[in-house]
Design a protein around this ligand. Sequence first.
Ligand code: ADP
Ligand code: MG
Length: 577
Amino acid sequence: MAETAAKPKPAPEAEQDLTDGFNLVIDALKLNGLTTIYGVPGIPITDFGRMAQAAGIRVISFRHEQNAGYAASIAGFLTKKPGVCLTVSAPGFLNGLTALAHATTNCFPMILISGSSEREIVDLQQGDYEEMDQLAIAKPLCKAAFRVLHAADIGIGVARAIRAAVSGRPGGVYLDLPAKLFGQVMDAEAGKKSLVKVIDAAPAQIPAPDVIKRALDVLKGAKKPLIILGKGAAYAQADDAIRTFVEKSGIPFLPMSMAKGLLPDTHPQCAGAARSTVLKDSDVVMLIGARLNWLLSHGKGKAWGDAPKKFIQIDIEPKEMDSNVEIVAPVVGDIGSCVSALLQGMGAKWPSPQADWVNAVTSKREENIAKMAPRLMNNNSPMDYHGALGVLRTIVKERPDAILVNEGANTLDLARGIIDMYQPRKRLDVGTWGIMGIGMGYAVGAAIETGKPVLCVEGDSAFGFSGMEVETICRYKLPVCIVIFNNDGIYRGTDVNTVSSDPAPTVFVKGSRYDKMIEAFGGVGVNATSPDELKRAVNAAMDSGKPTLINAVLDPAAGSESGRIGNLNPQSKIRKN
Ligand code: ADP
Ligand code: MG
């Protein structure tokens, strides 16, 4: 008895300096400058969200994980830091997974952190709450996937996720955190020591001198050169070097959709309005952060004409080279380093491209712009695409630092062509997959990350995928103006079902008033029936910064099937009616 009494009493837990999984994840994120989380709360991460907010992390709660994931993915594109998305287990995780795969496909850095159920039960398939082997499911859909089982490994787990997301070709990373991990307790001092501050997460990748010489030799030999800028070039944030390189070379450039504005679309060398001509007639094409995928017709076939072509490609991913056609001068490295090296290699004087080529491109471009101009000035009611977009084009010109989010079919294709961009990373759209549903997630992510006003130009169908997030936009009082091009349906609102009383599969409720949706949450709703009304409403929204939704009434007959990519939509030749 006496012996036992002599032993020192263990200190009560509360008095020891302890930490746990919740705190360590928060500390690890903060240590690495990841101070915004996009997500949806629930088991097992509800308290984590509260604690993160209390610790100074900005926690943006959505209504659906997919939209939170899209917000995180675009945050990655805009900031070069991984956007963080937080989801609950199984169904929440799956909802977030679409966005993670999207981030990977588009080369945006993102980390999907998901709570998960108990490993012991999941692995024996004993039917746990929201049971799912999430790590296995995530793996093929992202760049890397990790699971942390011990609190002491959280620091390493977060560090690996960050490095995997941003180094080399950026992409999506999955980080699996089982429910039990959050509550694991350990000594605070040891916990602090276990954290890792990632040093040089995306190291420069510098091309060798002979690689640069080879590329410049090919470029010098060109008679009809073309530069194609892709969203990798926009992501790289090497804006000055790229602009100097393009201007010094004198070569016409073609911006891919999300590279618009890297140099202004109104720049004298911009060949955006002469796209088919430059693709067909060029003899040397230099790709800067753009892949020769479907968006560039794989670098071959009708769109590229019959003349032989040589491709130079700058990309951080060596495996991208020769993916579709032969690349005669592969330049593997980060775009900032590669373009700077090219600039140096060009020396003080660089021969400008042949005048007949530059003139041919310029006159084609002027011709196309002149052809379009009168159509953009119509004040028809109900509106057509050109009348409505003509107005938005002027608004973006007057407000070049606003961010434009754009999705839809016709709404996307026509807005891309009509609305000029003036600054880098201001146009955010459906990206590599041509995906519908990015709209409200991107709008929230862009507003939060940049603090700039956001103008969303949305097809009525596209908007439907993320429409509930107008509540999120109102809740966080974000300066977002949503314009819905409402033509009563998908592609058009005029399809008729001739065999039953059901509506045709492509049409929506006629005369819908989407503007009423935002009024339910205290935002401003406007029904605009003419370009003049549209202009007034958008300007008022951009001036006030108040969450606004404008229902732009379009002619239901306006729009063509699948927009510009109708060729990808098979049509039966043996239809019965
Ligand atoms: P777009 O759709 O605009 O043509 P893609 O998404 O097809 O653009 O291509 C982007 C390319 O940019 C990808 O191949 C990616 O590997 C590359 N990339 C991304 N970031 C960098 C970077 N910092 N340096 C070099 N290449 C990059
Ligand atoms: Mg529509």
